[in-house]
Write a protein that binds this ligand. Structure first.
Ligand code: ZN
Length: 194
């Protein structure tokens, strides 16, 4: 299994999609931007539109992705606890306005200008957190931060082996996100300040 399949990331090159080439890139200003749009049917969730842009200028590489559910839900808090290795394969949709939090690691990924929407699985999300921690472990100036990152990485490895439980929370005011499992707990985000 290659890494891409493992992380559950969408492989755009394998999908049938509509593209518009040679648009002006907002970053490098060259006419090397490709816009694309495709859709995917996700069992027990429905149709998801996947769209974005990607600059083909290799010195730029600007890209931005987003997803939109055909049946948009309410603003919601979505909670899922990883209890075993099978749970890592659970499908997941994250809209670009969503915040992903892992309280046990005291970590969150907030939406921002460069925040992507994507279709992935639980393992794919853990990989993203792992990557952030690996960068901290390798580049942080402070010894304590490096050490903390190292310890959190160890915990993530345990989760990936099914030895430790971990709760992943997605908060999405746009209602485009989902974790597709009967174990998922969905509650309303209404009345909660951002
Ligand atoms: Zn560019």
């Amino acid at each position: 299994m290659n890494k891409e399949e493992n992380s559950g990331e969408m492989n755009l090159s394998k999908m049938k999609m509509d593209t518009i080439e040679n648009e002006k890139c907002p970053m490098c200003q060259k006419d090397t931007l490709m816009l694309y749009e495709t859709e995917q049917d996700i069992p027990f969730f429905g149709k998801v539109f996947i769209f974005g842009m990607q600059c083909k200028n290799t010195e730029c590489n600007y890209k931005q992705n987003d997803v939109e559910a055909e049946k948009q839900g309410e603003p919601s808090k979505i909670e899922f606890t990883v209890e075993n290795t099978k749970d890592l394969n659970v499908r997941l949709v994250k809209g670009s306005e969503a915040t992903v939090r892992i309280p046990q690691l005291k970590m969150s990924v907030e939406p921002g200008i460069a925040s992507d929407g994507y279709v992935s699985n639980v393992e794919g999300v853990l990989q993203k957190f792992k990557h952030i921690l690996e960068v901290e472990r390798d580049t942080a100036d402070e010894d304590t931060i490096r050490k903390k990152a190292k310890n959190l990485l160890k915990r993530l490895w345990k989760v990936e082996c099914g030895d430790e439980k971990l709760t992943v929370i997605i908060e999405d005011p746009s209602g485009n996100s989902a974790i597709i499992s009967e174990k998922t707990i969905i509650s309303s985000l209404k009345g909660k300040k951002k």
